[in-house]
Design a protein around this ligand. Structure first.
Ligand code: ATP
Ligand code: MG
Ligand code: MG
Ligand code: MG
Length: 355
């Protein structure tokens, strides 16, 4: 008997379009002999719609969201999902949603209430990993090496602007160039590199349009490394990959728009010893951050010091067939379709344990 899986995609976040492409890729490669797939799109307002058949944007290759009121999906605590007309027979959910209201524990909480197993991290892991400032504090507490940061809240910026205590500390502690980023975002949305104090203020204003909590960090001079990790209790890490951006940094354009925006090295240029260090640190970072199922750990390898510095962790990383997360698994012998099966199996296992 095939397992009935719902793919949830789209979403309210700035990464809506990225999700449409990730989900189309997942749908194409999921093992249809094992899984009977239902498609549920989340529109930009956050409303859920059952998609009777897949609709594609021919240019982008991603899904198009069809919003028909009669196909609107409702979540029922202890009762799964339904439309107005009928209950949906779904046993398992794969949230292929990036960013806010998808990757951050909110959807995970809703699925817990509906008693539906789902792929990826649970409520705490999702929300903790979504918040760069919070997860870095957990990592520091666990003795893991992180890119140093100062945290800036919008209230204190509005009150004091450049005189805000954490802005002053950032400028004193770190030297330019600096990075400014929203604490809870992804795909480099709202991330800026700044060379001057004036530029820093402009970057802060911009980043506050995405979140009311920001990080200010020194620009790390290092190899940019990403590591795929899968598992619940027992973890598998894969040989890390490396990003060599042709832009100033790996910005939204370099990720999705400019085909020559970045070179992905799989595996990375790190030697055996360095790779081992990245994999060990990534596995510990995953565990203490309460990640489950799968995640991509982003870090830097600083050649000058020989240190690995954790940057962030993504509990629902880009998931097209050519995205870094699945590519690293593939390089390690787990093909895309097989990986999907594994992640869904892990979701069922966890649900059995937790009940
Ligand atoms: P994603 O989830 O898509 O990987 P994100 O929006 O969560 O991205 P980051 O990964 O923290 O944000 O930053 C985006 C990019 O900005 C990084 O891939 C890197 O190129 C650059 N970057 C971020 N922080 C720093 C830093 N402190 N030093 C140097 N480069 C940085
Ligand atoms: Mg991220
Ligand atoms: Mg992300
Ligand atoms: Mg990143």
């Amino acid at each position: 008997k095939r397992i009935k899986v719902a793919l949830l995609f789209g979403g309210k976040s700035g990464e809506h379009e990225v999700s449409l492409v990730s989900a189309a890729s997942v749908f194409k490669h999921i093992d249809k002999e094992r899984f009977d797939v239902a498609l549920i799109a989340v529109d930009k307002d956050g409303a859920w719609f059952l998609q009777p058949q897949p609709l594609y944007d021919e240019k982008e290759g991603g899904f198009v969201v069809e919003r028909k009121e009669e196909n609107r999906v409702y979540a029922v605590p202890a009762g799964g999902l339904r439309t107005m007309a009928k209950p949906l027979d779904i046993e398992l959910v794969f949230p292929v949603l990036h960013g806010t209201f998808g990757e951050d524990g909110t959807v995970q909480g809703l699925l817990e209430l509906c008693d539906l197993p789902y792929a990826g991290a649970g409520v705490l892991g999702s929300s903790l990993c979504m918040d760069k400032a919070a997860v870095k504090r957990i990592w520091i507490q666990a003795g893991l090496p992180v890119v140093p940061f100062e945290e800036l809240r919008e209230v204190s910026w509005k009150r004091s602007k450049g005189a805000a205590a954490s802005v002053r500390r950032a400028v004193d502690r770190f030297s330019f160039p600096l990075f400014v980023k929203p604490s809870r975002a992804g795909s480099s949305v709202g991330v800026s590199r700044c060379e001057t104090e004036e530029g820093l203020y402009a970057a802060i204003e911009d980043a506050f349009s995405f979140d009311d909590k920001l990080l200010i960090e020194p620009a790390v001079q290092a190899k940019e490394i990403e590591c795929s990790v899968i598992g619940n209790q027992e973890l598998t890490t894969f040989a890390p990959g490396e990003i060599v951006p042709s832009h100033d940094f790996y910005d939204y354009d370099a990720k999705y728009i400019d085909p020559d925006g970045a070179n992905l090295l799989i595996p990375s240029s790190l030697n055996e010893e360095q790779q081992k260090m990245v994999r060990q640190i990534s596995a510990r970072a995953y565990r203490v951050a309460e990640a489950e199922g799968f995640a991509r750990v982003d870090c830097f390898y600083e050649e000058a010091t020989g240190k690995v510095l954790l940057n962030e962790i993504n509990t629902i990383p880009g998931f097209t067939k050519i995205s870094m997360f699945p590519k690293l698994c593939e390089n390690g012998g787990v093909a895309y379709g097989e990986l999907l099966t594994k992640l869904l199996d892990l979701a069922v296992d966890r649900h059995k344990i937790r009940g």
